[in-house]
Design a protein around this ligand. Sequence first.
Ligand SMILES: Nc1ncnc2c1ncn2[C@@H]1O[C@H](COP(=O)(O)OP(=O)(O)O)[C@@H](O)[C@H]1O
Ligand SMILES: [Mg+2]
Length: 614
Amino acid sequence: MTALARGKRPAVWRGVRSAFALVTTAAPGSFAAYIATGLLLAAVPVASAWATKFLVDGLLDRRSVGDLLVSGAVVAGTGVGLAVLPGFSAYCAKELQRRTRLSAHRRVAEVVNSFSGLAYFESPKMADRIRMARDSAGSASLEVVESGTNAIRSLITSAGFAGSLFALRPALAALVFVGSLPAVLMEARIHRRQVRNMWLLTPVHRKESFYSELLTGPRAAKEIRLFRAGAFVAGRAAGQIAKANTVARRLDGTVLRYELVAESITAVITTAGLAWVAMDVWRGTLSVGDLTLLLAAITATQGALASLFNDTARGYGALLHFQAYLDLRETPDDIPACPAPVPVRPLRDGIRIEDVWFRYHADQDWLLRGVTLDIPAGRTTALVGVNGAGKSTLIKLLCRLYEPCEGRILWDGVDIREFTPEAYRARLSAVFQDFVEYDLTAGENIGIGRLEALGDTAAIERAGRNAGIHDEITRLSAGYDTMLSLMFHQDDTQAEDRNGHTLSGGQWQRLALARAILQEDSDVLLLDEPSSRLDPAADRRLRTMLHSLRRGRTTLLISHRLHSIRDADSIAVIEEGRVTETGTHDELTERGGTYAELVAMQSDVLNLREPDLA
Ligand SMILES: Nc1ncnc2c1ncn2[C@@H]1O[C@H](COP(=O)(O)OP(=O)(O)O)[C@@H](O)[C@H]1O
Ligand SMILES: [Mg+2]
């Protein structure tokens, strides 16, 4: 939970330090230029006001041309400074912004990539934290720095003018200060509310963008049209927008009320002060030059004080945003690191799943209730079970995307928790049941399976051939370089209206298989229903290919197509969270248990016999 959500104050100085550290390391040169410009901008208005006073008094007193020229030159110089410096400062700020964004993006990506497991990506609370950190790490750190710098700048300006006021009229200085107080209190309150709203609205925005994407993207376009569900989805998105509007409107109302009160008080006090000063000039106790200085000082002090408090409040708000990034940075990996990891040796004997208990959440019923299974090296082990039995979950546990709640998984007798997830996963390759269809080229869709092979055309084509997708890819307009996306073009120069390519479900599945087998030297191949989308002919070809591919490789194969698994070295049935039967096809068929029932059911349906595979 974030500091705010816990109702605590953020660690202000730590946050400020981290924000400054992020910005200064991202762009040290721009940062230095920005600070230097800021300091100049703080001093120039005070110098300008005093020079104007001396010029006016000098003119009225008919001083020497030399004197007048000095004051005039300072007035002109400060005028040029005031005209030029803001632009320069804005230029530096923009460069600072660009570099900080990039750096913050890298840092957030680094943290997100350091999460080894899946649990955080499936938790709404973490989703909000990641989203906020992603959206605001760069802008919030910059805002902390900018508002901090601005606040210091305003402090210098207001101190300069307050000093001037004090020198001429001490009581007036006090009056101006008191006149600014309502605005200060108002800003502080508004910013606290704004930050609270942001936390309230993050999940709302997340839902809204989900529905909007569903409405406008290609993923659901087909079903939405067929089921005429467009208005329903649009309504869901609109509902979220309306919810966000209600919250924002309430705040805007408060802002308006506060502003009216605070501004009126300030205006009354300023007018009273001005009247008082004007009377003194009329009586001759103040010079006209004093009047110009006082006029400038009153407005400038008020302005500087207002922006001082405004910037402090803005900085505080930004700090709360930035806290999401700090919290994210401090979130430990969901897969606890082993203090002294051991190297992963090539698999010799096999993997043993030992009395593994698992559920996704503590408030759920157990999904796996003591699964014990041996996956011998160099053999194919098949896993069967009804939908929801926990087969895919077991694959994810084998990939260490979650930790078993009880029990352990052994790699040649070594608990896989003793390896780093990186090193361990380098020995596995997998086709997940819900594999990803990347908006990349066909070659990249395969190459992402082993990034070092991304430029290795021969290896990619070999994987394509082994997965039985090569011929279909070469028939695409640009072969392996064809962009498989309806969203992106190959490069931006292509005609806007040119359609992207996409593949059929079965073709995508074979592409995913190519991606998995690109890692030719992986020890273990995990296949979760790799042929579920294939037509019988493709399934048949795939079986032959997998048969030769699997030879000598440790494979765990999940399939509902019993043809695919009948030649496995061992078949395990998972039921009620346990492995209830293991054996070869023949052994299990003979035993007359669940597997035999499944075989009988499929034979009934098909009433076909397939010739044995060579
Ligand atoms: N990330 C998840 N969070 C919570 N429950 C999940 C998650 N993934 C799967 N489940 C649940 O776990 C059960 C087993 O899923 P799964 O392992 O995919 O079954 P199988 O592959 O055997 O069909 C299902 O009831 C499913 O709803
Ligand atoms: Mg599954």
